[in-house]
Design a protein around this ligand. Structure first.
Ligand SMILES: [Zn+2]
Ligand SMILES: [Zn+2]
Length: 63
């Protein structure tokens, strides 16, 4: 199964486009920036650190 970028915040379900800022943990739980800040950059699912999600780069397509 290919990795898939989630497109909504797991907390508030805000839509997160590929070009929008978002934060992910190492297990790819995905949250919007305001929720991440609210949670002190800690994933509530796995207690991992939330980091800024890299924006999609056309030159590094993972197909
Ligand atoms: Zn959110
Ligand atoms: Zn997580």
């Amino acid at each position: 199964m290919p990795l898939e970028m989630r497109e909504i915040c797991e907390k508030c379900e805000t839509a997160l486009g590929h070009d929008d800022e978002a934060c992910i943990c190492s297990y790819e739980c995905t949250f919007c920036v305001p929720c991440s800040v609210d949670m002190n950059q800690i994933c509530p699912n796995c207690s991992g650190e939330l980091v800024a999600r890299p924006k999609r780069r056309a030159d590094v397509a993972t197909a």
